[in-house]
Every structure is written in structure tokens, then in C-alpha cells.
Design a protein around this ligand. Structure first.
Ligand code: ADP
Ligand code: ADP
Length: 231
């Protein structure tokens, strides 16, 4: 079933049309790849779907209801989480603090409940296969581990749609395998995953559906199972 949809999305910068009437729908329990050359409009579309840009025209709906968000916080509150290529976390804070920015639980005295944060951080990361020191600074971990932490945070905060913007750009092959395992697990939990990439082999490896953008226009959307991989 469709969780997030956009219809007739247009966006112009000056006299340049970055998106020209784009229609796209993301389904629960699917990985949907967005493929396109540099300048095709992928980032602009993602920014519109996450409240970072306001479109000039078009309609966005979440769970079938039209929505009108104008900030990333509003998009997040509707269930749409994003992990950008550059990990968008705070490198000099602990893993715990990164996971709980903006949603710190308090105890019965109204104080920040650090024990609970530590325990829940461990529990959350265990489900992502990470057994790490959650009190350590984020910057002490590899980019791949930081990225998984960023995904965990986005899912905990948002939980319906997870947008991954070129997540494999700086990972080696074994890190890519690990990431894909996590993405499949989240898909099987029912999330809609949006996977932006320019690696065609990764589209086939991970995705259930692919949309191609070119010059701000939608070339088409196809279910991967319906494509002939040899042609
Ligand atoms: P992609 O992510 O597919 O590489 P973008 O969405 O970044 O494509 O860019 C689509 C087009 O819109 C490009 O021509 C780009 O230069 C332009 N564009 C994107 N963001 C802005 C901006 N903030 N101001 C002006 N032009 C922009
Ligand atoms: P990516 O395609 O990975 O987003 P870009 O280099 O296209 O990388 O864009 C980097 C940032 O600059 C994005 O936020 C994009 O929207 C913005 N941008 C892209 N093109 C322009 C432009 N012509 N003028 C202003 N900002 C732009």
C-alpha cells in the first residue's frame, strides 16, 4: 500500500526547471530506487519530500491524506526520515546523545533519564547488529557504523519512510552488504525505503521498484521483477 505520494511536482530555480510535473508513489515494505544522472532532479525531489524545499506546484500525500509541510521537522513528524550522503549527525557527541537529540526522555523528577537513554541506545543498536560503546563519541567510529547510527536515528524518529541519499558512496563491499542487510530488514518491517543511487547494479541487487528521472522529468517507474536483467 502507498504511504507517501507526490503528484505533479514542479520546482523552478530562476529560469531553470529542476522538476517538471513529477508523479511518484512509495509503497510500504518496498525499496524504491531513484535513478538519474547528475542534475536530473533527484536531490530536489527528495528535498521537497522531506520539507527542505517547498515545491512551486503539486500535491504530496501521506497515508492518502494531502499534507502541506514546510519544514523538515513537520515532514519528520509525519513519518518521513532522511539520511544524507554526509552523515547528518553530531560527530563530537556520544552515540547516545546522537540517537536522542530532540527527544530526551525524563524521569519522574523531570530530569533527563540518562540510564534509560543508555539502555535504549544499546537495545536499538543491537537490532541493527551493532554492539558498540554507546558512550563513545560518534567520530570514533567508521563512516559505515556512523551511517547505521544515522539510519537508526531516522527510523526511531520517523518510522514510515526512510530516504537514503547515495548511502553506499563511501562504503567498501562488505560494508555495503551489511547496509543492504539492514535495509532489507527495515523493508520487511514495513517501511518504505527510498534509495537514491547512480549504481545500476545496486538497483537490481536491493530494489523492488525503480523510477528514472531525466532533466527534471519522470522517464518511468518499473517493478524490478518485471525487468529483464540481461537486456
Ligand atoms: P540531482 O540530485 O539529480 O543531481 P538536483 O536536484 O541536485 O539533481 O538538481 C536538479 C537541477 O536543479 C540542477 O540543474 C541543479 O543545478 C538545480 N538546482 C538544485 N538545487 C538548486 C538551488 N538551490 N538553486 C538553484 N538551482 C538548483
Ligand atoms: P547532489 O546532486 O549530490 O545533491 P549537488 O552538487 O548537485 O549534489 O548539490 C549540492 C547542493 O547544492 C544541493 O543542496 C543542491 O540543491 C544545491 N545546488 C545544486 N545546484 C545548485 C545551483 N545551481 N545553485 C544553487 N544551489 C545548487
Amino acid at each position: 500500500s502507498i504511504v507517501l505520494a507526490a503528484a505533479g511536482i514542479t520546482k523552478t530555480f530562476g529560469n531553470h526547471t529542476a522538476l517538471d510535473g513529477v508523479d511518484i508513489a512509495f509503497h510500504r515494505g518496498e525499496v524504491h530506487a531513484l535513478l538519474g544522472e547528475n542534475g536530473a532532479g533527484k536531490s530536489t525531489l527528495i528535498k521537497i519530500l522531506t520539507g527542505a524545499y517547498i515545491p512551486d506546484g503539486g500535491v504530496i500525500s501521506v497515508d492518502g491524506e494531502n499534507v502541506n509541510f514546510t519544514t523538515p521537522q513537520q515532514a519528520q513528524a509525519l513519518g518521513i526520515g532522511t539520511v544524507y550522503q554526509e552523515v547528518n549527525l553530531l560527530p563530537n557527541m556520544t552515540v547516545i546523545d546522537n540517537l536522542f537529540i530532540g527527544r530526551q526522555p525524563t524521569n519522574r523528577f523531570g530530569l533527563v533519564d540518562k540510564r534509560r537513554m543508555e539502555r535504549e541506545s544499546r537495545e536499538i543498536l543491537t537490532t541493527y547488529g551493532l554492539d558498540i560503546d554507546v558512550k563513545a563519541e560518534l567520530s570514533t567510529f567508521s563512516v559505515a557504523v556512523q551511517q547505521i547510527i544515522a539510519i537508526a536515528r531516522a527510523v526511531e524518529l520517523s518510522g514510515k519512510v526512510l530516504i537514503l541519499d547515495e548511502p553506499t558512496a563511501s562504503l567498501d563491499r562488505s560494508e555495503v552488504e551489511k547496509l543492504f542487510g539492514i535495509v532489507r530488514q527495515l523493508r520487511d518491517r514495513g517501511l518504505a525505503i527510498v534509495f537514491i543511487t547512480h549504481f545500476l547494479d545496486q538497483v537490481f541487487e536491493l530494489s523492488d521498484r525503480v523510477t528514472v528521472l531525466r532533466n527534471g522529468r519522470l522517464v518511468g517507474t518499473q517493478a524490478i521483477a518485471s525487468l529483464d536483467r540481461t537486456s
